[in-house]
Design a protein around this ligand. Structure first.
Ligand code: ZN
Length: 678
């Protein structure tokens, strides 16, 4: 039902390629792929190879869809936090005024600038990954001085005192997404998907809808495109995101550009776009399903896109979807890889190490391709995933199939930005492991992503009577766990050699070492000391690695080696590790198929959440010494229409000259359509 989005968003933390040169030299080196660095973030530019080779019509199509992709940015700011737009606008006003004064040289201003850069990156004042509210490094006194100087009745967005409380009071709106066991996850979360309602009220509201829809083979994704709130009488209702409803001003712009795109689309694309527009106009989720069915059937068009309320990671109950967009086109050469995979989809399903009753008898419409991203928007920007698998509705996936893509130019940019950062030298103990990662790292990552997206999420089926929402707050983590296990298990299968995807199982072993080291160790550097693991993909990796460590202990499958006061995670037995992946996959599939909430909860809580504090402190210190930002995101390219003397469009040019700050100020100026409060 949800969460089919691969979130290896921060995979810059794993060096895809490594370098034997000393770290000191490397950090001093010019890195042209990185355009900005601040706090725990590096901003990377990506290129769009092959854009020049598109037809003029396709280029125009990309251009219009890209404009549509930029128009939903405000929606996400508002979804993430009710005061998100007010704060962004206030900060931008102060920033653009003060940066040309002597004030710009002060430490307070620089700290303020850093906060604003973080806000743009997170589309709000809560960290995009940890969901924790940012801690300002400028003083309230200084900030009040700026408010007094630059904010007046004409440009004031909200009450200054309350604004200061939000920024400086640590407890207020502390987390965007709080899923701690035992709390009311709705009232404890600062997102703007709900207002004035409790978790019990939300569950009762949607429980009643689900009950009324009982037995419908085509259940709609209730709640996906609305804010749940209360009217004056205290009745719970949905404020629907549609033209004429909530977020109308932004959606109208999106529709405008979609209509332009339709004028240069092929017939299939046009029908798909028209269905999407119809959905935006009505807010009718049945129309959204119709759109998804058309979209998933279009496997022929070269240019494709995602545009809508898609993923529900931001809602603690996994129902409300954030707005996002990705515009892309086919990477023809790399697609040969996923075509082989798709052609063998049924074999993979039939041989999955799970209860045969939970295998799909007939795998339908697995469409997998490798794409080149041309534009990122909404919840895919600046941080983005490296793979997409949609649509999310289970019944559509079952009846009509799903589309699965891996994004090659983004992984390429990550790899480029990570070159020579010294990461593998620090965390990978054995030279033969490092050598395998050097030789096969990129391919093993690509194949892991392909298998996860193309086959993993689409595999398996529910037992009769299981609805699919039984796992509640644990569903995202368990679903990602399932897809990753499927990918890991098959990556080490001789079948991959037989069908020509890899020439040696060393590719798999490279991924196995890397995955376990990341799951048990290196990914933890992204979490503040003393905090738990919260994000689903991080939880899933930790779950898999820790479970295999424990279950393989007797055979020393995974070993923690201490050397010179440092701890290293080492995989000693790849073949046995693969068997453990299979065993865990069997159990996680059973949990999903049967909707076994208690078993799912136990797996997540026992293996995926808690971190040993000493171990954690060591990893943070070692990672810090490397000076590598754990998170990465992107600046978009710019597209320019080229016209002849009569005004006809003759070409579309792609430019890579965007800077991080300028791009966000430009987007706020030219693509901001919503009122401050919605
Ligand atoms: Zn996934």
């Amino acid at each position: 039902m949800m969460n089919k989005f691969l979130g290896l968003t921060a995979m810059g933390v794993i060096a895809l390629a490594s370098c034997t040169a000393p770290v000191e030299q490397e950090t001093a080196q010019e890195q042209p792929w990185i355009v900005d660095r601040f706090d725990d973030i590096k901003v990377i530019r990506y290129e769009v190879p092959g854009f020049e080779n598109l037809t003029l019509q396709e280029k125009e199509y990309v251009y219009y869809l890209s404009e549509a992709a930029k128009c939903g940015r405000d929606i996400l700011f508002d979804q993430n936090f009710k005061y998100g737009l007010a704060i962004r606008r206030t900060f931008e006003t102060i920033y653009t005024e003060a940066r040309n004064t002597a004030e710009a040289e002060t430490a307070e201003f620089k700290a303020f600038e850093k906060y604003l850069k973080k806000m743009w990156f997170a589309n709000g004042i809560h960290h995009h990954y940890s969901n924790d509210k940012f801690v300002p490094e400028f003083s309230e006194e200084w900030f009040r001085g700026q408010l007094a100087r630059y904010i007046n009745d004409a440009n004031r967005q909200m009450d200054n005192d309350y604004l200061c409380r939000i920024i400086f009071d640590k407890e207020l709106y502390a987390s965007r997404l709080n899923q701690k066991a035992g709390v009311d996850v709705i009232t404890a979360s600062a997102n703007n998907y709900f207002e004035g309602v409790t978790q019990d009220e939300v569950e009762a509201f949607y429980g009643a809808m689900a009950a009324a829809d009982e037995g419908n083979p085509e259940p709609i994704s209730y709640g996906l495109n609305s804010k749940l709130m209360k009217n004056e009488k205290g009745e719970v209702y949905e404020n629907v995101w549609r033209v004429g409803g909530m977020y109308s001003a932004a959606l109208e712009q999106i529709v405008y550009w979609l209509e332009k795109a339709a004028t240069v689309a092929n017939d299939t694309q046009r029908a798909t776009i028209e269905a999407l527009i119809e959905y935006y106009r009505t807010g009718d989720l049945k129309k959204f399903d119709e759109y998804n069915i058309l979209w998933v059937r279009d496997t022929e068009s070269n240019v494709d896109f995602v545009n809508g309320f898609i993923e529900s990671y931001g809602d603690p109950l996994g129902r409300k979807a954030s707005w996002e967009s990705v515009v892309n086109f086919r990477d023809i050469e790399a697609c040969k890889r996923t075509e082989i995979m798709a052609a063998n989809a049924q074999w993979f399903e039939d041989n999955a190490p799970i209860n045969p009753a939970y295998r799909k008898a007939e795998v339908k419409g697995v469409s997998a391709k490798v794409i080149t991203v041309a534009m990122l928007g909404g919840d895919c920007f600046p941080a983005t995933a490296i793979g997409i698998n949609l649509p999310n509705a289970d019944w559509i996936r079952k009846e009509h199939g799903s589309k699965s893509v891996t994004i090659d130019n983004i992984t390429y940019a990550y790899a480029k930005a990570a070159e020579g950062n010294g990461f593998n030298e620090e965390f990978v103990l054995r030279e033969d492991d490092r050598e395998r990662m050097r030789l096969h790292g990129k391919l093993s990552d690509d194949l892991h992503t392909d298998l996860h997206e193309c086959l993993g999420h689409g595999s398996g089926q529910l037992a009769p009577g299981t609805k699919g929402d039984e796992l509640r707050t644990y569903s995202s983590t368990l679903e990602e766990t399932r897809a990753d296990l499927f990918a890991l298990y098959y990556l080490g299968d001789q079948k991959l050699v037989d069908i020509g995807l890899i020439s040696t199982l060393d590719v798999a072993w490279a991924q196995y070492s890397k995955y376990i080291i990341n799951g048990m160790q290196t990914q933890l550097s992204r979490i503040e000391l003393g905090k738990d693991v919260e994000e689903s993909h991080m939880r899933n990796r930790k779950l898999i690695a820790e479970w295999c460590y424990e279950k393989g202990k007797a055979d020393n499958v995974i070993e923690i080696v201490e050397k010179d006061g440092k701890h290293y995670v080492v995989v000693n037995d790849f073949v046995r590790l693969r068997e453990l992946f299979g065993e865990l996959l069997c159990e996680v599939q059973r949990i999903k198929s049967e909707g076994d909430y208690e078993a799912g909860k136990a797996l997540v809580e026992n293996y995926a959440v808690k971190i040993d504090p000493d171990f954690h402190a060591e990893i943070i210190a070692r990672n810090k010494a490397l000076n590598i930002e754990p998170y990465g995101g992107f600046v978009n390219p710019r597209y320019e229409l080229v016209r002849d003397s009569k005004g006809n469009i003759t070409d579309v040019k792609v430019c890579y000259d965007s800077k991080y700050v300028d791009q966000h100020l430009e987007y706020s100026k030219n693509y901001s359509f919503l009122p401050t409060f919605n």
